[in-house]
Write a protein that binds this ligand. Structure first.
Ligand SMILES: NC(=O)c1ccc[n+]([C@@H]2O[C@H](COP(=O)([O-])OP(=O)(O)OC[C@H]3O[C@@H](n4cnc5c(N)ncnc54)[C@H](OP(=O)(O)O)[C@@H]3O)[C@@H](O)[C@H]2O)c1
Length: 252
């Protein structure tokens, strides 16, 4: 039975991805900072393990307990909604630790065993915001653009050993705790000088009707893991698909 390890399964996309793979008969290792099976389907193929992707000891321990895995999904991530002047650099550093270095460290931790076995797949959850410049998202977008660049370059090394790396770019999903968690962890102290500009931008988002469902992300990850011919970047959500097309990237 194939086994997948997913980071950031306490909510949102992580839970939906875990549910999808359980549904397909996979063994699922759902990892999270504070372990709880809440929100995950009951199954004897589900294991919940503690994992903080910024803590090297936590990574070593989770990988040792997980045993042989066929797929890794780097889903753990945090957002930041602010203009540069409103964002503390210590917070930006924390965000990069999770969104970029956390994914690199997890990839590095699973790679020796995948390389030895000459098989495996690593899927990194990026974002459709990397497809175009947007205000009040510069730091978050930079972190996901770094994740894209890392994944595309790493994929060339990994392919030498039969290991695949892919990116899933979800659009905007309101059903997850992403916005709430971003504000709670990164703050949202917009400087007064930018107030009207940011307010007008947020207002413009209200008219957008296309959105991403958690099931769209689970489906894109399923395809990235199981379809060897899947493209490097997969959109998740109708809004992400529209942006792919507008940027001239074929949606296969
Ligand atoms: N929602 C969207 O609109 C959207 C769009 C595009 C891309 N994304 C990306 O999709 C991924 C999942 O987001 P989501 O919408 O499902 O948001 P979410 O509900 O906030 O889930 C984020 C997950 O990441 C975990 N996490 C944060 N820091 C961690 C750390 N140091 N170690 C391990 N886990 C950590 C959180 O766990 P805790 O409960 O422990 O904090 C949570 O389980 C993220 O990478 C995000 O950037 C989201």
């Amino acid at each position: 039975m194939p086994r997948i390890l997913i980071t950031g399964c306490s909510s949102g996309f992580g839970q939906a991805i875990a549910a999808r793979f359980l549904d397909q008969g996979w063994e699922v290792i759902a990892t999270m900072r504070r372990p709880s099976a809440k929100g995950l389907p009951a199954s004897d193929r589900l294991r919940v393990l503690p994992l903080d992707v910024t803590d090297p000891e936590s990574i070593t321990s989770a990988i040792a307990k997980a045993g042989q895995i066929n797929a890794l999904v780097n889903n753990a991530g945090v957002g930041m909604l602010n203009v540069l002047e409103g964002a503390e650099i210590t917070k930006a550093r924390d965000l990069f630790e999770i969104n970029v270095l956390g994914a690199m460290a997890m990839t590095r931790a699973v790679m020796p065993a995948m390389r030895e076995r000459q098989t495996g797949v690593i899927v990194n959850i990026s974002s459709s915001v990397t497809l175009r410049p947007l205000p009040a998202l510069s730091i978050y977008t930079a972190s996901k653009a770094a994740l894209n660049a890392f994944t595309e370059s790493f994929a060339l090394e990994a392919a030498e050993f039969g290991v695949r790396a892919r990116l899933v770019l979800p659009g905007r999903a309101k059903a997850t705790s992403f916005g709430k968690n971003a504000v709670a962890r990164m703050g949202m102290d917009i400087p007064e000088a930018y107030g009207l500009f940011v307010q007008a931008y947020f207002q413009s988002l209200q008219s957008v009707t296309e959105k991403t469902e958690v099931s769209d992300v689970a489906q894109a990850v399923w395809r990235a893991v199981t379809d060897e011919a899947a493209p490097m970047k997969l959109p998740a959500g109708t809004d992400a698909e529209t942006w792919f097309r507008e940027e001239g990237i074929p949606v296969e």
